[in-house]
Design a protein around this ligand. Structure first.
Ligand code: NAP
Ligand code: MG
Length: 435
């Protein structure tokens, strides 16, 4: 399988070498067998597990290495190497991302009890994504890849909706209690001098429940800046919503911090970019999202983001068509697919059966990272390559050639279900014609 991939990569060059040498063809051949695109700064490459690890190598071999003189600093986040390095490799890869600014990550196994047995682990290592997020202090943006033939359940959504989820606090770091009837529950805050402020939560005549939540101004501000920066980057409007009419202190604080940062730091930049920041109540936002045609970024508090990202992903069609990027407040980017390691397909692959696993989200993680590297290092050819690779991918699906998951969803009349590798080879046919 591997050698086949390599042969296919060299097709454009071998095709040209069989032609008669006219001056034009010699010139054309020069341009075609053009120097591979050079990179000046390495990408941080985080390899992963199972089926996505197989896809990772295919994408590089078939679609990237023939065209780009790829510079990466490679970190193997596969579970075996995480075990071998006592998970130090995950920390190192996040530190390297801080240093270079852009990473591309393959899906990785988050160990559970079963995986501890399967891989004979000395510990139930933490989720790499959690570790990386904690080090980079980022916000995760999830965007569906929109393609003709896969119609969202909301037919007016013709442009993608990106969900930005705040990843700290609220109900995810709560303290809760069951309360017996006859109890009085109070909120008590003790300041650094030992002074107490008390507020009654409820006098319980009968049994009930209470919950304590918190968030931190600094984290909300980081979240706000990550959203404003991402909106400028994408040249898309930013929406934000909370329930500040009911939660006059807690949710209102989110609203105030967003407004303050916008007024002081981003108002002019947004005006120059021709985009807007729009705040509304969460229930109003939900209604407007459904009526919209998409094409904006929707910033959500932690819980809203958890719920709404699953809703938006499902409504757009498929988890395998959802990209994800972690953006830190100081402008560091880590690109990945939103789906996992596609374990069931991997076990089939191990048994020697053909798989039809969708590589699009992983491919878009690579194009996102290469484009960002091109922007930061001022290498327009790299940005152009990323654009064309995305176009070639969408063109392949719109030509009716797709993996099984999409074949089930696509409304195209003529469609062919292909295996994992054939899909990438078909993308390469279109890519090499475009370059
Ligand atoms: P998953 O890998 O996302 O797959 C769930 C199912 O969704 C698959 O069995 C498949 O359905 C379908 N699917 C997902 N991606 C697909 C693709 N690219 N092409 C075709 N079908 C696709 O989730 P999981 O099985 O729950 O988790 C597997 C492992 O991934 C776990 O160890 C988990 O810890 C890890 N994980 C990692 C990340 C990450 O690194 N960001 C995220 C989530 C999960 P069918 O089987 O019906 O074809
Ligand atoms: Mg969820």
């Amino acid at each position: 399988m591997k050698s086949e991939a390599v042969n296919i990569c060299s097709t454009p060059h071998s095709q040209h070498s069989t032609l008669t040498d006219t001056p034009l063809l010699i010139k054309e051949r020069k341009e075609f067998s053009m120097e591979k695109i050079k990179m000046s700064t390495p990408l941080v490459e985080m390899d992963g597990d199972e089926m996505t690890r197989i896809i990772w190598k295919m994408i590089k071999d078939i679609l990237i290495l023939p065209y780009v003189d790829l510079k990466t600093e490679y970190y193997d986040l596969g579970l075996e190497n995480r075990e071998k390095t006592k998970d130090q490799v995950t920390v190192d890869s996040a530190e390297a991302t801080k240093k270079y600014g852009v990473a591309v990550k393959c899906a990785t196994i988050t160990p559970n009890a079963e995986r501890v047995k399967e891989y004979n682990l000395s510990q139930m290592w933490k989720s790499p994504n959690g570790t990386i997020r904690a080090i980079l202090d980022g916000t995760v943006f999830r965007t569906p890849i929109v393609v003709k033939g896969i119609t969202p359940y909301i037919p007016t959504w013709t442009k993608p909706i990106t969900i930005a989820r705040h990843a700290y606090g609220d109900v995810y770091k709560n303290t809760e209690m069951v309360v017996k009837g006859g109890s009085k529950a109070e909120l008590v805050v003790t300041d650094e001098n030992g002074n107490e402020t008390r507020q009654l939560i409820h006098d319980f005549a009968t049994d009930g429940i209470i919950q304590g939540l918190h968030n931190i101004d600094k984290s909300i501000a980081s979240f706000a800046r990550a959203c404003f920066n991402f909106a400028l980057d994408k040249k898309q409007d930013l929406w934000f919503a909370t329930k500040d009419t009911i939660s006059k202190k807690y949710d209102h604080r989110f609203k105030d911090i967003f407004n303050e940062i916008f007024e002081n730091e981003y108002k002019d930049k947004f005006a120059d970019a021709g985009i807007t920041f729009f705040y509304t109540l969460i229930d109003d936002a939900v209604a407007r999202v459904i009526r919209s045609d998409g094409g904006y970024i929707w910033a959500c508090k932690n819980y809203d983001g958890d719920v709404m990202s699953d809703m938006v992903a499902t409504a757009f069609g498929s988890l395998a068509m959802m990209t994800s990027v972690l953006v830190s407040p100081d402008g560091i980017y880590e690109y990945e697919a939103a789906h996992g390691t596609v374990q069931r397909h991997y076990y089939k692959h191990l048994k020697g059966e053909t798989t039809s696993t969708n590589s699009v989200a992983t491919l878009f993680a690579w194009t996102g990272a290469l484009r960002k590297r091109g922007e930061l290092d001022n290498i327009p050819e790299l940005c152009n390559f990323a654009d064309k690779l995305e176009k070639a991918t969408l063109a392949t699906i719109e030509d009716g050639i797709m993996t099984g998951d999409l074949a089930l969803l696509s409304s195209l009349e003529n469609k062919t279900k292909v295996d994992t590798e054939t899909f990438l080879v078909e993308v390469n046919k279109r890519l090499s014609a475009m370059l």
